[in-house]
Write a protein that binds this ligand. Sequence first.
Ligand code: FAD
Length: 188
Amino acid sequence: MPTNGHPSGPAAAAAGWAAAALADCRPESYWLDRADAPPATPRLTGGTGARLAVIGGGFTGLWTALMAVERDPSADVVLLEARRVGWAASGRNGGFCSASLTHGIANGIARFEAEMPALVRLGQANLDEIEATVRSRGIDCGFERTGDLAVATAPWQLDGLAAEAAAATQLQTSASSSSSNCLLYRSL
Ligand SMILES: Cc1cc2nc3c(=O)[nH]c(=O)nc-3n(C[C@H](O)[C@H](O)[C@H](O)COP(=O)(O)OP(=O)(O)OC[C@H]3O[C@@H](n4cnc5c(N)ncnc54)[C@H](O)[C@@H]3O)c2cc1C
């Protein structure tokens, strides 16, 4: 229990352990803090014009700009990034790439039960398209289609895992999905 706003007991021990484990870490993007990181693109200093301006150089903005140019190779597209492309969440995530759009089936059922067949189908299609894009563009990101493994670390988690497995089987059947999968695109 917190005492005067400070954790005590096991919480304090966990906080101390975490602080010690992170003591020599720097909050940098792994991908940009390397000798082989690509150089930053030049700053935009003057005015510019475009038919389409995309704000933000993370996955969302980059994918948007890429799709716009793929759809119309003559498209006039400018992508504006406030800091560096890949600087934010897209350059610092855990590296797993999952078909789930709902952070797990149980979570999805709890919130969007009626839409879950569609969400499972769209999540699979999304993952398939990510894989197809990585392969067709030769993106060197260690992409692997590994499957999805959930593990109980305490006996009380077993019932929940069994329920989730049953729901996954039923949903994937109703959504006509090809396979249950998840993949690592780079283990750091
Ligand atoms: C610690 C962490 C771990 C994660 N792990 C995973 C994982 O393992 N698997 C997974 O699928 N997802 C994971 N995620 C989520 C995933 O990384 C994000 O959902 C995804 O990267 C979001 O991409 P984005 O392009 O929308 O945003 P961002 O990558 O955050 O990019 C937004 C960009 O917009 C720029 N910007 C913002 N405002 C402006 C402005 N006004 N003008 C110009 N530029 C602007 C920012 O500088 C930034 O570069 C993780 C996220 C975090 C933070």
